[in-house]
Design a protein around this ligand. Sequence first.
Ligand SMILES: [Zn+2]
Length: 260
Amino acid sequence: MFDIGVNLTSSQFAKDRSAVLERARVAGVKGMLITGTDLPESQAASELALLHTGYCWSTAGVHPHHASSWDERAAEHIHELASRPHVAAVGECGLDFNRNFSTPEQQEKAFSAQLALAAELAMPVFLHCRDAHARFAALLAPWLDKLPAAVVHCFTGTAEELEGCLSLGLSIGITGWVCDERRGLELRALLPQIPAERLLLETDAPYLLPRDLHPKPASRRNEPCFLPHIVRQVATWRHEDPEWLGQKTDENARRLFRLE
Ligand SMILES: [Zn+2]
């Protein structure tokens, strides 16, 4: 199994990052993609991936929350990072109209620029979309034939939005959000509609500790070592064998992000 969304650069992992990686290995996680969400984090993610060649890869991009920081210098820096062999995707990039930490105009500008960059480099994109599906799809669609793969990570949208993403050819990242017995039920019911070849699994650690995990760590911090729990739950709700699903989603991650 492969965790496509680990915020390993988070200060929450500052004290025990190597123990976190070791626990993930012991739990059967075969590889992970470290998320870059702004310039310093993308730089740090790339350095971490380089330290753990063959086990960790990273993304380089600017999250919609940080879109106000997008400028010419950011574009150059992301371009340089994205050209490194262990950087597997441009992103996390996209739109988040839920909280608008950057204005919608700033978000659209940074998103479009990163799509253009990914197209120029012929790289996969690692996407974030929250409460912005229509604009997200409109901005993304013209670029899709120039992108080798596009993954919408931590998908939490509606049935209609899932249909929209699938019809665009996107792959879908599912986190432990789906394990939430209050908010995750609609998504849980949609899980069987995602074709197995287009499904990816992720913890989004240290965020989104699965609510149905027992026992829960005292820290309430999520870790990649909890990916097997998500694999098991998603497999149950898709009526699939967990071992098969772990293997299948691992293959998907390696194929889509072209990992070797
Ligand atoms: Zn995200």
